[in-house]
Design a protein around this ligand. Sequence first.
Ligand code: AMP
Ligand code: GLY
Length: 420
Amino acid sequence: MNILVLGSGGREHALVWAIKQNPKCDRLIAAPGNAGMAQIADCANIDPCDTDAVLALCAENAIDFVVIGPEAPLAAGVADRLRAQGYLTFGPSAAAAKLESSKAFTKEICDACDAPTAKYARFTDLDAAKAYVRAQGAPIVVKADGLAAGKGVIVAMTLDEAYAGLEDIFGGAFGAAGTEVVIEEFMEGEEASLFILSDGANIAAVGGAQDHKRVGEGDTGPNTGGMGAYSPAPVLTPEIEAIAIDTIIKPTVAEMARQGTPFQGVLYAGLMIKDGQPRLVEYNVRFGDPECQVLMLRLGGQILDLLLACAEGRLDQVQPNWADDVAMTVVLAANGYPGTYKKGTQINGLDALPNTSDQVVFHAGTAAKDGAIIATGGRVLNVTARGATLQDAQRRAYDMVDAIDWPDGFCRRDIGWRAL
Ligand code: AMP
Ligand code: GLY
């Protein structure tokens, strides 16, 4: 079959890499893709949020199946339009994508199905929000309601930080995403991510992972999109995963169906785990980036069968097969990230690296120029490896990192430390 993957990050490179291994895959197109994807698929330079361009690409290339990677096209309704035109599509409708695009909506769903999560209140008025914060005390968490590229959450350790966060949000720092705020109880515990495919009625768990959001070693410094990840996450034991599925995931999927907006795609549940009990921090409606990279290394080509079963509503008939191993990915980012950084710097040494089912470098922000690979974004490469143990995976990943010649980039040297 002919398959189109929408997106341009490391997540989509990992999806393309895994899908390509499945014999059902004939032609594979990534749009817009990047230099890494261009080595194993055709790339079409279109905006994945431009539905007309996506539909034209599908028609021109007799596409049989579309996999949507990032949240922006989902929130923009690209999956709805594709399905309306008869294209088999992996990814939720805009209505179901509200589980990511509106934090207040997710809280309503949790209320309706009794899923454990932080206590909260919603505000559209700065003074009322401040009064609530004052009454609750710190620490407290302030969130812009809408999509804010991961930057709309302020975990405030003091009242002043919370007030400043509210002023930023209501002052327009996040545009329309900040017309409403959700203020939440601060939850203590350890975080892990759980990935669950849902076809609207049935679910299939496709693994857990832990990422490292802070830019600095020891989880210090500003938040980023993620500096590395590993799977499985030891904190997410089979018992805790089962509790999360029973008390959070299944009730959410059932409530979404009951409301007439069934969720079809991958539910990425951010969990806070304390004393053996998971609570929901947030949902995303797509794979995590870089969590997807470690999941794809562990799942390989079967991911296509799983995504197809999800899109066709027959997840009850499939069962993911896991090798009993561990995968890790280390993000190489441009010096300065998550602040300002240079673009266009050259990366050498990639050709000599292993490229196997156990060790692979996924590209995020890269392009090919005059036969060289150059950096075009903040997070640039995801150096990914697996092994029998986390130590093995870590050693193999950092061996590759050390062989990459890119003076303008950096990585954290401690990915996996919590689990080790
Ligand atoms: P979110 O974008 O909702 O995932 O929030 C980003 C990060 O903020 C999460 O990964 C947590 O580390 C933290 N966070 C969000 N909500 C809470 C909460 N209620 N309690 C503690 N930490 C939180
Ligand atoms: N790695 C965090 C995210 O994908 O949202």
